[in-house]
Design a protein around this ligand. Sequence first.
Ligand code: FMN
Length: 312
Amino acid sequence: MKNFWQKLHKPIYALAPMAGITDSAFRQVCKSFGVDVVYSEMISATAIVYDSKKTLELMKFDKKERPYVVQLFGSNPEHFAFATKYITKNIKPDGIDINFGCPAKKVSKQGAGAILMDNLELARLIVEAVINNTNLPVSVKVRSQVGQTTVLDFLKYLADLDIKAVMIHGRTVNQGHSGLVDYEIIKKARKYFKGIILANGGVKSVFDANNLLKKTKADGIGIGQGALGKPWIFKEVKSQKSVKSKVSREEIFKIILKHAKLVNKLKRDQGIIEMRKHLCWYIAGMDGAKDLREKLVKVKNLSEIKEILIVK
Ligand SMILES: Cc1cc2nc3c(=O)[nH]c(=O)nc-3n(C[C@H](O)[C@H](O)[C@H](O)COP(=O)(O)O)c2cc1C
């Protein structure tokens, strides 16, 4: 088995998976700023069983993105087994991750995501189903606590399984995606897990990144919302230069255009419409942001973005 996790230089900086956001275009933009590992948006194991075209599209990637990890969610071990085999044979990513952290109602209604952390027996069957059906390294993404189960209980229960990496979002399921991050519990996880530990939660700057690494003693970190409208955060954290390297308006426009061209190539006009949220994140805080936003939320194609940004 090729375990890419062991080959990465530490600290490892990962783009945390975000549904509706971390598509191939955005992952490629983050990669151009040096991110070490990227995850897909969460992919339904069940949808792969039913051959959903949309889901198969979601997993596509460019080899520039490697190492690339596909993240699966679901609640049926047999579906995970099938999806894992399919992905290993046909998609050929560098790793497969299992989502034990999503709090969204439409996911937990199916018994999937974070709720599974509090169902240790089923969680175990799912991890086994994935590990037994691939030669790729398997990782999990978890929260600090769900119901009665802490990340420490979870890792202890699965300690004999060959899990190569874990990303720990240091917030409980009730906290959602904001609020204080529990550094201490991530640090304690080392006692129960021998593989790569990535700490996750609340990183918006070089200071935050260093603080999270220092307080958790993790092997690396995952950055989610801190990369929205600011994919160059990966260059900042890797080079440890944030204050002096302020990105100019012109540079941001260039990055937007590069991102939009990738989206246009991969998803055409529909992708540009989906990209409107990224456009708003990119321009937040700029002079004239309000006027720009009013125009950008209505764009329907690449030419309209070019016109608004007046890129010749
Ligand atoms: C819009 C959005 C979508 C997300 N989708 C996923 C997902 O598909 N899989 C997953 O494991 N976590 C998902 N997350 C959680 C993030 O990966 C990350 O754990 C969380 O945002 C905390 O990190 P941050 O404070 O750096 O954003 C999502 C978060 C957000 C805000």
